[in-house]
Design a protein around this ligand. Sequence first.
Ligand code: NAP
Length: 442
Amino acid sequence: MDLLCRASDLRPTPPYRLPSFRAGHADRTHRRAQFLDTSLDLTVGFRTLQSPLQTKSVEIGLYQPPCYLSFFHLLHFSQAINFCISTSHSILMPTMNALVGAESGGYCLVEHVEIPAPRPGSMLVRVHAVALNPRDAKIVDFSNATGSLGGCDFAGTVERVGEGVARFKEGDRVLAVTFGSDPFDKTQGAFAEYALAEEDISCHIPESFSFTQACSIGLSMATAGLALFQAPGLELSMQGGTTEFVLVSGGATATGTMATQLLKMAGYTPIVTCSPANNSLCESYGAAACFDYHSPACGADIRVHTDNRLRYVLDCVTDAATMKMCYGAIGSLGGSYVALETLATTVKYTRRDVRADWFLADAIMGDGVHMTGTYGRPPSPEHRRFGKQLFSLAENWLQNGSIRTHPLEVQNGGLADLPKAMDDMKLGKVHAKKLVMPLLGH
Ligand SMILES: NC(=O)c1ccc[n+]([C@@H]2O[C@H](COP(=O)([O-])OP(=O)(O)OC[C@H]3O[C@@H](n4cnc5c(N)ncnc54)[C@H](OP(=O)(O)O)[C@@H]3O)[C@@H](O)[C@H]2O)c1
């Protein structure tokens, strides 16, 4: 039975709970409540099977924070079936509900996950809405990190800022990207009541955007930005128009519509592949031409359209078939193929004049990617510098309406319903839409 905090005596949000107190727990000597503050006037309320709620003042010494209320102080209440604790000054160890990597794979909803404290340069955000991405579904299959917070995309209000944060203050509306399911840092992740946001990889949300819309931006921005402008060749800062074509394979993907917008703003001519039903959608984001990827002549058609001059490709789908199609589209002078997944070696070496690489959005954090095999990445401070520039520009683009979200499909429910929505995504039921879930109203 959980120990209960008396809500009236505590600040209503965040919900402070005391997971370590469980009446009837075998190891009573280790029961303790952690306080982030010293307190002298602590009241413990308790209820036994025989008696209604009673309260008793308990003196806990003048410890430096954090201090503990040990089982010793609760000895009188050994018969209690549950407790209430209230303090006038103390803050009880704050916890939250969160979706974390389950031991058996996938995600599970856990109560009483400790709310992470913001580190220097980061902020604690009360999460209002989250978006789902294929990455969230894939990562727990590939590299399950038991107990790590899941999720990448979120938007909410700043609850507390860490040391050195200057761009944001408490109460600001913010969108951010984080990279959940990190086995080495379990506190990174979006699928929770609270999440940590890095100051420089976050944007203020303009008035015109709801949290539900805003939460869909972060991962697409980081992925498209990094893959387009951190590979040698394309320049984000380019001014004015150019006739340089850039092919976005998968123009109707969430990454694809963001990439198309970024390319257009940077002055390039984006062309895309998609299903014919999504031609007008892709054009509305700035695609100058659309090609049906179902056609066996897709690559050849693009080569003709670009007069054999195509040099740059971003493949947002990345399988052997799309890679082959892209290689077929690149002009005879060769070029650069950038993907979002591991490369098919059967295709990679079919053209020596094509430089192929693939990017992981996680690298934008600059401190390396803690995954095994080909997914691992060394630290890359340059990617972080770029991320800072990108998210600062993105804040302006959002403000002046230069970019818009991918089409969204709003999911109902809460954190517990995210795995079901992820299953739909895995089964290929989601087309040209990003699933978003408001957690605290829109
Ligand atoms: N490396 C990274 O850091 C990173 C980051 C984000 C995403 N990703 C990966 O990138 C991929 C895209 O993610 P997303 O969220 O942007 O996708 P998404 O929005 O879920 O993509 C769905 C769309 O994919 C399109 N599609 C499927 N097969 C295609 C093909 N052969 N050619 C062209 N389009 C095709 C479909 O377009 P139509 O409806 O037009 O058929 C569909 O609407 C996923 O594999 C994801 O795991 C990687």
